[in-house]
Write a new protein. Structure first.
Length: 232
């Protein structure tokens, strides 16, 4: 979806604005949950030698106060985005309201970043052993970030996603799908999409950069539209 000054009203219709507000409200709610969870841990964490030392630090008050500020900004963004679904539903966009929402969202990013930086400054991980649970796949971005801060990272893989020992049924399914003999395909996880694409590439039906070309007109191509890589 591309918009210019000439076609902006036609591109960002009321329906699309509502969907965008809903998506932003969901993101704000998720970040608010993260901030509140971190804040509750900081305040209600049982006393320990390390926590007592941190709380006695002259600048410790910066940490919970920065999380409180981030929570207030995210709550404001959540309310504005939720109300925007109804308030900005007219055919003509309410540009002033949208400008306020953008400013509040920018403030949220600054507040959340400041909260994380404050915690990292007062409770650094340098020289400490950090255990990272891995569910199916390693989070290399998170591990690299911890290592760059001087942490000794211990990987704890609970399970791994892998292809089955016998890949013949999967190869047959990929061939039939590319050949147009499958009407629809159901995936229960994004990792299954990766496995199908991996097998399709081995069979010459797809590549890492482009979906395979079907042999029959109208047959469904293999694609990565449901793929969602894990991020830190």
């Amino acid at each position: 979806m591309a918009a210019t000054a000439s076609n902006f009203p036609e591109t960002l219709t009321s329906g699309r604005r509502g969907a965008l507000y809903g998506s932003l409200a969901g993101t704000s709610a998720a970040l608010l949950g993260f901030v509140l969870a971190a804040l509750s841990i900081l305040i209600a964490l049982p006393s320990s030698e390390r926590m007592d030392a941190l709380r006695d630090h002259p600048k410790w008050e910066r940490v919970p106060s920065s999380y409180f500020r981030a929570a207030r900004a995210l709550l404001a963004a959540l309310v504005l985005c939720t109300l925007g679904i109804a308030l900005d539903s007219a055919k003509t966009a309410w540009q002033l309201y949208e400008a306020v929402v953008v400013v509040v969202l920018a403030l949220c990013l600054v507040r959340v970043a400041a909260a994380v930086v404050a915690l990292d400054a007062e409770a650094p991980v340098a020289g400490r052993r950090v255990a990272v649970l891995e569910y199916g796949v390693a989070n290399d971005e998170l591990i690299a970030g911890l290592a760059s801060r001087g942490a000794k990272v211990l990987r704890v893989p609970l399970y791994r996603w892998a292809l089955p020992e016998d890949t013949r049924p999967l190869r047959d399914a990929a061939s039939r799908l590319a050949g147009g003999s499958v009407d629809f395909l159901l995936f229960t996880s994004s990792r299954q999409v990766d496995h199908v694409m991996e097998i399709a590439a081995e069979l010459g039906l797809a590549s890492a950069s482009s979906p395979p070309r079907p042999n029959t007109k109208g047959s469904p191509p293999l694609s990565r539209t449901t793929r969602r890589p894990a991020r830190a």
